[in-house]
Design a protein around this ligand. Structure first.
Ligand code: ADP
Ligand code: MG
Length: 287
């Protein structure tokens, strides 16, 4: 049986914009000792801007234009930044067969030739001629290839959410033992983000399926429950597969909201320690 106080706990959570889908999840939070966070859109705003370009044999405007053409129907936050930055008009372009390759980027056919926009993995997978991966110092690199040849890269950068670092600190104070960050982004950017947030455990360059596998591994190792916090873009299976899935509601997809056990109606990670503390208080007053 569920103590009545859990219902008041659900009410308290709703007042801070957190939807808890059942008292069992509020109770379950007390047994969480590992919290796994997705990076982009969860701890960071997921609003990228183009901060540098390095074109090869074309000009910078053409490089951004090629990237934007391929990205125009992608839901990825990097895609939206590239489309916004495109200085050239997109009318009457011969673009066909656009395909999103989850965890890699996009592929399309432009004027009869293959256009690739994405990470180093995408370039390597397609054996792009002249491609050389750059070690980023800041930001995320987006590489572009046309007709089998490397034509340059763009650096895009995201910013941390305002309350992300404070949320991590509060979770540690609440006694959560393991705080982990998972990302498909490159190692250097992941390390920089983790350092700034005070997260000492992170894994980078992951594919969406790796995230689920890692959460399952933590579930096996951990004596407590494992919570996963994500924004939903490609993370729905991880939200569903973790003990307690926490979704960013405003950014998240309908499928993510459906798969989650707890939904943050706004996208502030600061609400996460608050709901943990509501859960702890709720248990203390339970008879
Ligand atoms: P995250 O784990 O940070 O949420 P994703 O799994 O969505 O990231 O993507 C992993 C990486 O794949 C990104 O950091 C980016 O380098 C690349 N990528 C994925 N989709 C796109 C896209 N549409 N355009 C450019 N790069 C992409
Ligand atoms: Mg993501």
């Amino acid at each position: 049986s569920v103590p009545l106080s859990y219902f008041s706990g659900i009410g308290a959570a709703s007042k801070i914009g957190v939807l808890v889908k059942g008292s069992n999840f509020l109770e379950g939070l007390q047994k969480v000792n590992t919290i796994v966070f997705d990076k982009t859109g969860t701890l960071t705003k997921g609003e990228f801007s183009v901060i540098a370009t390095a074109p090869i044999n074309i000009d910078s405007q053409q490089l951004i234009h090629l990237a934007a053409l391929a990205e125009q129907s992608s839901p990825h936050p990097i895609a939206q930044a590239l489309v916004k930055s495109d200085p050239l008009p997109k009318s009457s372009e011969q673009l066909t067969n656009i395909q999103e390759i989850v965890g890699y980027g996009v592929q399309a056919n432009y004027q009869g030739k293959q256009l690739l926009v994405g990470n180093a993995r995408l370039m390597e997978k397609n054996s792009v001629m002249g491609f050389q991966a750059v070690t980023p110092t800041t930001g995320t690199l987006v590489y572009v290839a046309y007709d089998g040849h490397y034509v340059g890269c763009l650096t895009v950068a995201d910013t941390l959410k305002n309350d992300a670092a404070a949320a991590i600190k509060s979770l540690k104070q609440l006694g959560i033992k393991d705080i982990v960050m998972l990302t498909g982004d490159n190692y250097a950017t992941a390390k920089n983000t983790a350092d700034r947030l005070g997260i000492n455990s992170f894994k980078a360059e992951l594919l969406p399926q790796d995230k689920l596998r890692i959460v399952k591994e933590y579930q096996q190792q951990s004596i407590g429950k494992v919570a996963f916090v994500g924004d939903g873009l490609n993370d729905t299976p991880v939200l569903a597969g973790s003990d307690i899935g926490i979704a960013m509601g405003a950014l998240g997809s309908d499928a993510a909201i459906e798969a989650a056990d707890i939904v943050l109606m706004h996208d502030n990670p600061g609400a996460i320690p608050q709901v943990f503390s509501i859960s702890q208080k709720t248990s203390r007053i339970a008879i």
